[in-house]
Design a binder for this molecule. Structure first.
Ligand code: C2E
Ligand code: MG
Ligand code: MG
Ligand code: MG
Length: 288
């Protein structure tokens, strides 16, 4: 009986802990959702830029823009946490708009400094079914005097597949402007290859979960090699994200991958470091 009582008490304690954690989590989520609109107006957001190296030249002209949020009391919040909350609470377009304008402004500044770079922005499902988006992008290119190729848009395969017919039309319009389209996190979502072929993508980004253990995991190597071949057959450039060491980079080079992105090249950095970092970057080379 004592044992049974002890077990029941243990369970009760565990249950309490569990609900307490759950409450805390709910509270955190609610706080973040509530404070999200303020983040934009209170200057709590900034953008880090992470380079992508072209393997045919060993050089860098492309970056990905990654949003950052410093919450006044909760500190640095990762986008993996707040982007999903923004999507569910209907606030994502606020963030996407903010990103689009700030990235275009930044590209304009770099152009004026004599560096014609290109930057990719991550957009969500609700962004790419917004029929205003193509016109808006066209207007931004004009306002900031950017070549269309300086702007790229990354969407995850799941995002692109959600409202197919609407997304196809809008993505086609964006593509017709000359803006680059990339499928992000490839291999983690669901997509039929037939549908993928219908979408006007230029680039395929292999998810980092396949890249992180590339030099030790046979299966990952097989998947990545096949994905690169598939991408090329579909006429896409292939990017590997999550490249953390030389061995992985050299393997991807041998496999014919087109671009590398990852901590081995550089971690995402604030805009004011980019030009200086570029100046010191040495062309990539690999031992054959
Ligand atoms: P993503 O678009 O797949 O971006 C790549 C993520 O991998 C970034 O995380 C980047 O910091 C991280 N990463 C890059 N290289 C390495 C590496 O070598 N090793 C490892 N372990 N990680 C690496 P981050 O910045 O935390 O962003 C996470 C995700 O949040 C992004 O994944 C993207 O889906 C989303 N996100 C970020 N900014 C935005 C945004 O402005 N709008 C939207 N809608 N989503 C965004
Ligand atoms: Mg991305
Ligand atoms: Mg990704
Ligand atoms: Mg991701």
């Amino acid at each position: 009986a004592d044992i049974a009582l002890q077990q029941a008490q243990d369970k009760a304690v565990r249950y309490e802990l569990y609900t307490e954690d759950l409450d805390k989590l709910q509270l955190r989520k609610r706080t973040l959702i509530n404070d999200l609109p303020n983040a934009v107006t209170h200057d709590e957001l900034w953008i880090d830029y992470q380079p992508k190296a072209a393997l045919n030249t060993g050089r860098i002209e492309h970056f990905e823009a990654l949003i950052r949020w410093h919450h006044p009391t909760l500190g640095l919040i990762r986008p993996d946490e707040f982007i999903e909350l923004a999507e569910r609470s209907g606030n994502i377009s606020l963030l996407s708009q903010w990103m689009l304008i700030h990235v275009c402004q930044q590209l304009h500044i770099w152009n004026q400094a004599g560096q014609r770079l290109s930057v990719a922005i991550n957009l969500s499902a609700s962004d790419i079914i917004n029929s205003q988006l193509p016109q808006q992008l066209e207007q931004l290119l004009k306002t900031y005097d950017l070549a269309p190729r300086q702007l790229a848009i990354e969407v995850t395969e799941t995002t692109a597949m959600q409202d197919m017919s609407q997304a196809v039309n809008i993505l086609k319009e964006i593509s017709a402007l000359g803006i680059v389209l990339a499928i992000d996190d490839f291999g983690t979502g669901y997509s039929s290859l037939a549908q993928l072929k219908r979408l006007p993508f230029n680039e395929l980004k292999i998810d980092k979960s396949f890249i992180l253990r590339l030099n030790t995991d046979e299966d990952d190597r097989l998947i990545v090699r096949s994905t690169i071949e598939l991408g090329h057959r579909l006429g896409l450039k292939v990017i590997a994200e999550g490249v953390e060491n030389y061995e992985t980079a050299a393997l991807l080079f041998k496999m014919g991958c087109d671009y590398l992105q990852g901590y081995w090249i550089a971690k995402p950095m604030p805009s004011h470091q980019v030009l200086d970092w570029l100046k010191h970057f040495k062309k990539l080379t690999f031992d054959q």
